[in-house]
Design a binder for this molecule. Structure first.
Ligand code: HEM
Length: 465
């Protein structure tokens, strides 16, 4: 068990200071650094990275650029988006599961799929999904109420269950035997454990075909998810109906220029992509939100007052979601402190200079979202939980690229609005029915495994109201 640093503290003048990994005071040596990088990159990045804007590391003939300044983010994700492509590193992490679906595709293939999926994410389409968000949250309340009293609840598992139910309902239009929570959660965990961290062979530039026996569990999990997607597609075709859910829209999409639709393999890859990208991240945003409010009772009380004033006892609908700005602030602040996607990587496809930084074709760029979100030069009291930094009054002072939980530019998360509406509806429904309480015996240790998961889940005490 690792030391996670200082236990959390509540100082009424400064707000709750949540727990995280304490960065090393000085850079680790090469061997220790590499070993720790595989274990958890947050244990490698030294304190100085939270106080200065950039450093580069030369390794096996190319430079790794570690970025955490908003100007660099703008340059990479917006101004020179044609130069910085998805890196082979990222594609290797996710592609065994998501194939060439929207998350991993590049060039024209990406553009076509993005156009095809966009109608499903327009605001009108999303507003119609809010009842599905609320009913999944009500089912969660029922499960937690039925759990043995007095024992801590793993709210991470509960949030994964809730968000998986949502994405399967909205993507496939109802329960699907291949995507039941117990099966998918096991597959996703196996995948993250075995493939979700930097691979030592990749770090040494070993070729892709070299056997990596430790990745076998992950590959099996990916194959299971793909098969479940094929089955879902076949069932839909056999039913012979046109439906307006996400799968229906993807099946009906045609490229306006060529008239081409998505092939069966593209449909399969996008089912896995949307189910994977759409539930794990939102579950983590909610998991950390619940941890934070359990330790900041005054914030939890403000949420309760807001949902009672806006929704009373009624199921939360789209209009109510839009009328609860404080809920969104809490979720935003949770994703500042614990961005579900803590690191986004790109590769330079040609030589380029960004200010003083010289980059060569093939160099890797790491956008350190977690570090930028806690950077001393960008945030007042960066380590403190303060949802009011995102209030209408105060958020005007933020720079556009200093907060990037959903990425930025043309490849910004397609599900951003979906995720905010879902997270608000679920948080409101939970807080109205349940009180979340701290668990002094549980240490919170976030770990980067594709997503930023807390090690060992998130065990909180929960009481019915
Ligand atoms: C809190 C929740 C979420 C977070 C933090 C999140 C984060 C992100 C980030 C950072 C990216 C950009 C990756 C890159 O640039 O390399 C991304 C892309 C993507 N996300 Fe999300 N996401 C969330 C929810 C969702 C949901 C609900 C869906 C679907 C229903 C979704 C589907 C996708 C897809 C398909 C992409 C690829 C988009 C493209 O490349 O065009 N995400 N997400």
């Amino acid at each position: 068990m690792h030391d996670t640093g200082a236990p959390p503290s509540i100082d009424t003048a400064r707000g709750f200071v949540p727990e995280t990994i304490t960065p090393p005071e000085r850079p680790l040596g090469l061997v220790r650094g590499l070993l720790q990088m595989v274990d958890n990159p947050l244990r490698v990045w030294p304190r100085a990275m939270y106080e200065n804007p950039y450093h580069g590391v030369r390794w096996l003939g190319r430079t790794f650029h570690y970025m955490r300044s908003p100007d660099h983010m703008k340059a990479i994700f917006l101004d020179h988006v044609d130069v910085f492509e998805k890196s082979p590193f990222q594609r290797r992490l996710v592609q065994p599961a998501t194939g060439d679906g929207l998350l991993s595709a590049v060039g024209e293939h990406w553009k076509f799929q993005r156009r095809a999926a966009s109608p499903a994410f327009r605001i009108d389409a999303l507003r119609a999904l809010v009842p599905a968000f609320s009913s999944s949250a009500s089912a969660t309340v029922g499960r937690i109420r039925a759990a043995p009293a007095g024992a801590p609840v793993d709210v991470m598992g509960e949030m994964q269950h809730a968000t998986l139910d949502v994405i399967v309902e909205t993507m496939l239009g109802g329960e699907d035997p291949g995507f039941r929570y117990d099966r998918v959660s096991q597959s996703v965990s196996d995948y993250m454990e075995s493939m979700g961290h930097p691979d030592m062979l990749d770090m040494f530039g070993a070729p892709h075909w070299l056997p990596r026996p430790w990745a076998q569990k992950g590959r099996r999990a990916a194959a299971g998810l793909k098969q479940a997607a094929v089955n879902a597609l076949e069932r839909r075709r056999a039913a012979g109906e046109d439906r307006n859910d996400l799968l229906g829209l993807l099946m009906a999409a045609r490229d306006p220029e060529t008239g081409r639709g998505l092939s069966d393999i593209e449909l399969r890859d996008n089912i896995v992509t949307f189910i994977g990208a759409g539930h794990e991240t939102t579950a983590l945003a909610l998991t950390y939100s619940l941890y934070l409010i359990a330790n900041a009772p005054e914030v939890q009380d403000r949420l309760l007052a807001e949902v009672r004033a806006v929704a009373g006892d009624a199921p939360v609908d789209a209009g109510m979601v839009e009328a609860m700005p404080f809920h969104e602030q809490v979720i935003k602040e949770a994703m500042r402190l614990y961005p579900p996607v803590a690191l986004i990587d790109r590769m330079a496809t040609r030589d380029i200079r960004l200010g003083d930084i010289e980059m060569k074709k093939g160099d890797l760029v790491f956008a350190l979202i977690y570090v930028m979100h806690r950077h001393k030069l960008l945030w007042d009291r960066p380590e403190a939980f303060d949802p009011d930094r995102f209030s209408a009054d105060r958020s005007g002072g933020l720079q556009r690229f200093q907060y990037m939980p959903f990425g930025a530019g043309p490849r910004i998360c397609i599900g951003m609005k979906f995720a905010y509406m879902e997270a608000v509806a679920i948080l409101a429904t939970l807080v109205r029915a349940l009180r979340f309480l701290p668990n002094p015996d549980f240490r919170v240790a976030p770990n980067i495994r594709i997503t930023l998961r807390p090690e060992g889940g998130m065990k909180l005490f929960v009481e019915p109201r």
